[in-house]
Each structure stands twice: as structure tokens, then as C-alpha cells.
Design a protein around this ligand. Sequence first.
Ligand SMILES: Cc1ncc(COP(=O)(O)O)c(C=O)c1O
Ligand SMILES: N[C@@H](CCOP(=O)(O)O)C(=O)O
Length: 462
Amino acid sequence: MKYISTRGQAPELSFEDAMLTGLARDGGLYLPDEIPTLSKTEIAALSGLSYEETAFAIMRPYIGETFTDTEFKELIAKAYAGFGHAARAPLVQLGSGHFLLELFHGPTLAFKDFAMQIIGQMFQAALERSGKRITIVGATSGDTGSAAIEAFRGLSNVDVFILYPHGRVSEVQRRQMTTPSESNVHALAMTGDFDDCQARVKDMFNDFDFRDGVSLAGVNSINWGRVLAQVVYYFSSAVSLGAPHRQVSFTVPTGNFGDIFAGYIAKRMGLPIERLVVATNQNDILHRCLSTAEYRPDGVTPSISPSMDIQVSSNFERALFEAYARDAAPVAQLMDELKQSGFSVSQGALQALRESYDSGNCSESETSKTITRTLAETGELLCPHSAIGVKVAEEHLAADTPMITLATAHPAKFPDAVEAATGIRPPLPPRMSDLFEREERVTRVENDLAAIQTLIKERIAH
Ligand SMILES: Cc1ncc(COP(=O)(O)O)c(C=O)c1O
Ligand SMILES: N[C@@H](CCOP(=O)(O)O)C(=O)O
């Protein structure tokens, strides 16, 4: 299988190279040249498998010769061994036809662990083989950064730099990034919002001297490997509710569009998904675009769901590529327009997007009320991001099709918002109970590309 760029001007790569490359050299995102499909019989055969076995079955067709079957099974086993729940991604029932997929039992308590843990294993194996050393630079609104640091801390052939928006992540998220003591971990608190952090990361990829000089790699969901690993839990959850003999729908709290795009891939692979619902917070550019065709970022407004405070949604580019029938030219054109004031999606592409995705948004007060009400009605304590999913899902429930809402983070990552809504301050799991006593190590940086590049070069020279 070959990987192609959404902008059509970068070399085609193997899985291993696409994974280690991150952003394509034309600024686009890599996607497989064709999406493999599973027959009904093959999907039915997933029933009763462990999460690890399902991960192998779903991801294997994409990885080509990168790992042997035995190697890949070992990497998967190591990736999920540290999860705090035997099912890895348990499904709980919230109400009639409505289920919650708990994706927060990994080491950093957010869904990012599902992909980052296996990416960490795959990077390590590939780097050990090649003897190469890389510099990972990532942008985070809180969860990707902590998951990446957890996956790469202490590795001798990797430095990991994480840019997060200063003052705009929760204290737990910040401490998860600033308290690891390993010298290859570099938490950078940048002035600005998540979109600024992500833009600087993309600038670094587009500066080829810098990129090649530091052997830059990316673990944001610009990396296809991240999206691929997230496809697995769509299959595991749908099959446990009766797929492929029954359709299911999903609602996904959405920011950078990686998670819901993984659902789209699952559907293209043959999983009978009736609807994929994009749930946004007040930074609802995706909902507005799906409603009006207009994609015009107007600044991020901080919310109680900070991980979704995003207006320049990276993976929407992959969705556009599919909506334009994989024609890279209009996608490249729209991405150029995005650098100015934004763009309008053509009517044909809008129709294609609407065939794939429904959408809804959720205000701050609705988010809080949903946390309060869900606890009272079901006993489930939601994080604000998951609450947005639940609220929007409730607006899209259909009589005959079960709805699965993705619970993307543990409530203890956002204790202030949860306590304000319920009076309960959710405790951290015992393994993290000393998080607030650990010493923090962080560098404050301005939104200044050259200064950040200099800092990175100086740090890796040591
Ligand atoms: C807790 C949480 N929920 C939802 C999202 C949105 O996911 P995505 O960016 O894949 O759309 C994120 C981060 O992006 C997150 O950290
Ligand atoms: N919400 C994310 C934002 C980055 O998303 P990614 O999936 O592209 O890494 C975060 O928590 O950092």
C-alpha cells in the first residue's frame, strides 16, 4: 500500500515513511492510496476477539512490510498492556439505544493513548532498526501532549517538544506535561491558542532546512498512524453491539477532526455506520461549515472543554480530499485560501460531506447541564468534552439504530468544570495521586517561529 498527499505534490511513501514523515512535504496530509475493505464475514469474525486481536486485524492491511505479523502483535500487546481496564475501551449503556464508549482508561486518561501508545511502539521499533535519531515536535490543546510525552519519555533516540497554549490547558493536563523528569521531554508553554501552536509546528515542517536538520517527526493526527489506530475502537464497539448484522451510529466530540475521520475510515472499510455526528463546543467552525459551506476561522474562544478549543481543524483537510473525490488541486487551493480569511466548500463537496457527517454544537451552559443531568440519570461522571458528545448525540438518536458516543477523556482531567456542575471533584487514579506534588519543568516561549527553532536546536545539541 502506498500513501499519497492530500495536496498531490509530495512523493508517495510506504507506511513506515509516511509514519516517520508526519506532514507531507507539500504541506498536505498522507492517506492510503486505497482503503481496504472487510467483508461481512470478516467483520463478524471480530466478535469475541480481544481489543489487541481486533487492532491487529484492522491495522495489519495498512502497514505493509514495516513489521512482520509476530513483531506487530508484540508491539500491540505492549501498547495496551498499561491500560487500566481489561476491555481497553469498555462500552456502557446511558439510556435506550445510547451507549458511551469509555476511551479514557489509558495511561494519560484520554483517547489519545489508544493511538499514541502504539505509535510510540512502532516509532521505537523502526528507529532501533535504522539507528536514526529524531526530534518530535507536537502541538497540543492538552491531551495529545501528555499522551506523546508518556509514549516517548526516556527514549534515547527521540527528543519530544510539545507546544501548548500558555494558560489554556487544565492544571492536570499541564502537570502531566511538565512533571516528567526525563531529559528528552521538553514542555513549551507558548503565548497564543492551540491554532497558533499547530501553525508553528506546520511552519517547522514546511521549513525544509530545519526539518531535515533536526530530523523532524510529528505525532499529531497529521500522522496517518494516529488516525489508523483510532479506527480500531469503532470496530470493537460496533461489533459488540451486533455489527455487521446491525447498523450503528457514532457521535464524536470533535476538534482537530482526527477521531471522527477514523470513524469515516471504519465506514469506508465496510463497518455499517449509519451516521457519524460531529459534536463541537462553542468553537463550532466545523458545525458551521457543514451547515453553511463557509469555513472562516474567527479566533478561538476559551471554554470549559479546552481540548476542543480549535478553529483550524487539521484533519478536515483529509475530509475535504475525500469530499472532492480525491482531487488534490481544489484541496490545495482551499488550503491556500485558509491562510487568508478562509474558504467556501463547493456545493458538490458540501453534499458529499453531509452524506458522511451530521453535526451539532453545544454551549457552555448546555455542557455543564449535561454533566449534571447525566450523573443524576445514569451515575456516569462525564468530562466536559464527553458531555458535548452526549448532548449532541441526544439530538441525533434514532429509534432503530444504537448511538455510541465517544467519551474522550476522564473527568479527573477537568476537575474544576466537573465540580462546578456536580459538586464532585473527581479524584485522579492512584498511580497519579502525587501529580500535584511533583516538580514542574516548563519553558515559556513567545509565538515566534525563529526563537522556538533556535531553542529546539540548542536543546538537541546537548
Ligand atoms: C478530550 C478530547 N476530546 C475531543 C477531542 C477532539 O478530537 P479530535 O481532535 O480528534 O477531533 C480532543 C482533542 O482533539 C480531546 O483531547
Ligand atoms: N485536542 C488535541 C489537539 C491536537 O490534536 P491531534 O489529534 O491532532 O494531535 C490535544 O489534546 O492536543
